[in-house]
Design a protein around this ligand. Sequence first.
Ligand SMILES: [Zn+2]
Length: 240
Amino acid sequence: MHTVRFPSDELPVEVIYSPHRHTTVSLEVHLDKILVRAPRKVSADSIKVLIERRKSWLHKRWQALYDRQRRQVTANADPSCTGLWLFGNPLNADMIYNSKATYIVRLESNGRLAITGPSHSPREPEAQAAIVAWLKQQAQQVIPNRVQQWATQMGASYGKVRIKNQRSRWGSCSSQRNLNFNWRLVEAPDYVLDYVVVHELCHLWEMNHSARFWRLVGLYFPQNKEARTWLRQNGMSLLY
Ligand SMILES: [Zn+2]
């Protein structure tokens, strides 16, 4: 049924009609959906209007839920946990303390980071900044290549690819055919990055989210539903 657009993706709305006449309409925010309880006489259209009107409130509630869940995860984290991800896996770091002011971040063959610098924990703000800078470099290396590969396969021609630091979008496509991508996509699994790349490339042909647009996405990337679900369930935790 109706979906509500949040930054990472669309959140589905589920309506449960109550047999009782005197119930009022209530909105419940869950991580994976918005649950509406309404008396039978309330039309789908008026529920739609209500959701639109309360969209910013719903968004705030959802964000608060997500933040709470993230804090719980963080609280049990082991000391090498960076709280950041790489290609869909949690990224852990071994700290090599060194009193010099600069940080050296290196990916080891076991998939962990080795961080040399003046922090004892990868969660200290300076160490976090060094890891984020390293992730942005990864994004610069990985994303433009991936765009090129997909564009070749799809026969699409685009302008420039830019890697951006966006809080509320995964990607965008301008009318000048330039493509922007969020560096945080390197935190997501490969197939999610591929989906966002294909999604933006399809906007070169369809500058909207019409049925035709989604047919194109489905044609080039049949796994798009799984990727959108992943973004809905995990996406916000990457947008800190
Ligand atoms: Zn789009």
